[in-house]
Design a binder for this molecule. Structure first.
Ligand SMILES: *[C@@H]1O[C@H](CO)[C@@H](O)[C@H](O)[C@H]1NC(C)=O
Ligand SMILES: *[C@@H]1O[C@H](CO)[C@@H](O)[C@H](O)[C@H]1NC(C)=O
Ligand SMILES: *[C@@H]1O[C@H](CO)[C@@H](O)[C@H](O)[C@H]1NC(C)=O
Ligand SMILES: *[C@@H]1O[C@H](CO)[C@@H](O)[C@H](O)[C@H]1NC(C)=O
Length: 280
């Protein structure tokens, strides 16, 4: 008996995506340029996960990411690794250093912080910070909070051609240093004006091997996103032909079904089969 029910269950399970997959067009999925926008992200209000609401905007096929520190261009959304790659036009790289405090840095709204964080092996290199910067307060001069992150840091960054343009300073020897590298974890907010820094660079490495030097690093901000507990309920919603969204009033997740909204999923038949199969 159990075997028959389980077999039926698996048959239904494999048919549901076929039946609904062809008919149902996910109203929440979208594109911007060549980037696919899918759960937990969305371009429309009411779609996606509420932690990512009012975050992405598509303008002339360019996907923009907006948080309290400013707007960034999204270069990539890696759904498998749950990561976004961002670009800030005033982000310093190996070829150019932008001073004047125009860079965004990286500061997220406190309510969004559980959902978005730069990856632990993304290095932030703060450039031209004043001696009065909060970065350098409370540390004996030989023990500044500046550290390499995954083999990337200012010592290596100084080898970039951009530094020869900025000028031959006593690189690494001046106090405070011209550049101070750290992970996002170390300070939780890269606010250039608060930290009294002139500019910043940010780099990450996707290669499992140690890279030759700073010209091989990828410049940009690599951000990890997480949806925490809601992932399973979203999968159940999508399996029933719904689209994952949220109630714009109360900001709680809902399953957007054809013509109605459900707090679980669109397909009561699928729920019954699951319930029967669970009884043995
Ligand atoms: C998307 O387009 C950009 C240029 O606009 C290109 O650099 C990038 O490689 C493309 N990405 C994919 C995944 O095709
Ligand atoms: C379902 O929820 C979405 C998003 O909150 C809303 O735009 C839509 O009007 C709702 N539909 C119904 C039928 O309540
Ligand atoms: C950055 O710090 C400055 C000065 O403390 C503050 O006025 C500003 O609101 C902060 N910016 C963000 C995005 O938190
Ligand atoms: C880390 O930084 C130090 C200087 O503080 C440098 O000498 C060293 O080579 C760096 N280590 C790695 C693994 O990049």
């Amino acid at each position: 008996m159990t075997l028959v029910l389980l077999t039926l269950y698996f048959i239904f399970q494999s048919f549901i995506p076929i039946i609904f997959g062809n008919v149902h067009i996910n109203p929440c999925r979208g594109y911007c340029g060549n980037l696919t926008i899918d759960y937990p992200f969305a371009l429309q209000s009411g779609c996606g996960h509420p932690g990512f609401r009012e975050l992405l905007f598509c303008m002339n096929d360019v996907l923009m990411f907006h948080i309290s520190s400013g707007s960034y261009r999204v270069l990539d959304i890696d759904y498998a690794y749950q990561a976004l790659t961002l670009h800030d036009p005033h982000l310093s790289t190996c070829d150019s250093i932008f001073l004047g405090g125009k860079g965004n840095g990286f500061v997220v709204e406190p309510w969004r912080a559980p959902y978005l964080n730069p990856v632990p092996d993304n290095v932030f290199m703060l450039i031209g910070c004043s001696a009065q910067s909060p970065l350098f307060q409370g540390f004996p001069s030989k023990h500044l909070p500046c550290h390499n992150v995954s083999g990337m840091g200012c010592e290596e960054y100084y080898d970039c051609p951009a530094w020869s343009i900025v000028g031959p300073k006593r690189l690494g020897l001046s106090s405070p240093p011209e550049c101070c590298s750290m992970s996002y974890e170390a300070i939780k907010s890269i606010n250039l004006s608060k930290l009294e820094c002139e500019g910043y660079a940010s780099a990450y490495s996707l290669a499992p091997l140690r890279l030759e030097g700073p010209h091989e690093w990828s410049y940009g901000i690599r951000v990890k996103y997480s949806v925490q507990r809601n992932d399973a309920s979203c999968r159940a919603c999508e399996a029933s032909g719904g689209s994952c969204g949220y109630d714009t009033g109360e900001v709680r997740p809902v399953c957007l079904c054809k013509g109605w909204n459900s707090t679980s999923n669109c397909d009561s038949v699928a729920v019954d089969i699951t319930t029967v199969a669970a009884i043995d």
